[in-house]
Design a protein around this ligand. Structure first.
Ligand SMILES: NC(=O)c1ccc[n+]([C@@H]2O[C@H](COP(=O)([O-])OP(=O)(O)OC[C@H]3O[C@@H](n4cnc5c(N)ncnc54)[C@H](OP(=O)(O)O)[C@@H]3O)[C@@H](O)[C@H]2O)c1
Length: 287
């Protein structure tokens, strides 16, 4: 297959590039905004036609949740209008979405069929992207994920290592829970979809396995970092309530996604979050 990967310089796109080497049967076209701005319908359609693209894996997105609140039109252009450009280009699509399509209330892991109720501009624009994609390509695959991190770009793991090394104490919220997701494992899940003997369209939830709060995640990041490095983090991490933190945008209290559908459909296990974190920290060490 000829496979177009958009947003290829982002966290997930970079992991897709790395993992593609283990799947040499396909021809890959890795593009980011400089090579292919997905907000241009003409450019997207021409690229897909000129390169006989069979499948688009959309790793491009407007992912800054706070900035989206201030500039929803730009977020909508990238997270929804551009997704429609991809959906109408004539190739199959695998798209990535988010737990922010849900309200984040309640205490039961979210299933694909649960009612959506985004509470943020980011969530609204990502939901619009899902809807526009499915309107044009009912055969699309959408993977909703959460708490994504990797050795690349800006993410929670890198921030907590930096703050841990810089500060003596750190307050981190313990009343918001979810599941961290190593972008390399999400990339592997995308390849599982691609290489499945049959195409299984629909929405799937994919994160790593397990549940933790941001506080627990931080403690584990520091613990594992210290096992791998001589310059130990000595920062005291304290649990705080969300009400003590000045969020610009409402944050979901409960981001846990139920992955049963993904596991049952594709028959593959999902790595546990602490083990995934270990692989990421090891990868960061070799960069
Ligand atoms: N990060 C998370 O915690 C999280 C959680 C749940 C779901 N997700 C979803 O997971 C997916 C991957 O996220 P990620 O963290 O890998 O994102 P990311 O690191 O922000 O990467 C997105 C990439 O898309 C590029 N891009 C932006 N506008 C574009 C355009 N018009 N045309 C082409 N490329 C464009 C970005 O370039 P610039 O950097 O130059 O803008 C960036 O390289 C996204 O769909 C995101 O919504 C992420």
């Amino acid at each position: 297959m000829n496979i177009l990967i958009t947003g290829a310089n982002g966290q997930l796109g970079t992991e897709m590039r790395t993992l593609s080497e283990a799947h040499p049967a396909h021809t890959y076209f890795f593009t980011d905004v400089a090579e292919l701005d997905i907000t241009s319908r003409e450019a997207v359609h021409a690229f897909v036609q000129d390169n006989a693209i069979d499948l688009i894996v959309n790793c491009a997105a407007y992912t800054n949740v706070d900035k989206a609140e201030e500039d929803e039109p730009t977020a909508l252009r990238i997270n929804a209008d551009a997704v429609e450009n991809l959906a109408t280009a004539g190739a199959k699509v695998i798209h990535v979405s988010t737990d922010y399509v849900f309200s984040g209330e309640g205490w039961i892991p979210g299933r694909e069929s649960d009612p959506v109720a985004p509470r943020t501009a980011y969530g609204r624009t990502k939901l619009a992207g899902e809807e526009r994609l499915l309107a044009h390509r009912p055969d699309a695959v959408i993977l909703r994920t959460a708490w994504l991190y990797s050795p690349y770009g800006n993410n929670f793991v890198k921030t907590m290592i930096r703050l841990g090394l810089d500060r003596d104490t750190l307050g981190v919220v313990f009343d918001q829970v979810g599941t961290p997701t190593y972008a390399a494992d999400l990339a592997a899940a995308i390849f599982t979809v691609i290489e499945a003997p049959e195409w299984h369209d629909g929405i799937y939830h994919f994160t790593n396995e397990g549940v933790c709060s941001w506080f627990d995640f931080t403690v584990e990041i520091h613990r594992q970092y210290n096992l791998l490095h001589d310059n130990a983090i000595r920062c005291q991490v304290n649990p705080i309530l969300s009400t003590a933190y000045q969020y610009k945008t409402p944050r979901p209290h409960y981001s846990v996604l139920d992955k049963s559908k993904y596991k049952e459909t594709f028959g593959v296990p999902v790595p546990y979050w602490t083990e995934a974190l270990h692989r990421c920290l090891m990868a960061m060490k070799t960069l």
